[in-house]
Write a protein of this length. Structure first.
Length: 67
């Protein structure tokens, strides 16, 4: 599925801003795209989640930084 929405940049600090409010994520990306993103993140971090019952924020951030 090709990505057709705007690409928010990832940055630490004050310039970590989306080009739209987070309340509009579903409006901008759509249900299916966000489901695919969440499913991929759960698959990549599933072992840590099952072991610790959560995923560490740096692990989640590094997953979303991968191309």
């Amino acid at each position: 599925m090709p990505h057709t929405g705007p690409l928010p940049s990832f940055a630490n600090g004050l310039d970590n801003k989306l080009p739209f409010p987070t309340s509009q994520l579903f409006d901008v990306y759509g249900d299916q795209a966000l489901y695919v993103i969440a499913l991929g993140a759960h698959a990549a971090l599933g072992e840590a989640i099952s072991f610790q019952n959560y995923a560490h924020l740096p692990d989640v951030q590094s997953y979303y930084l991968e191309p």
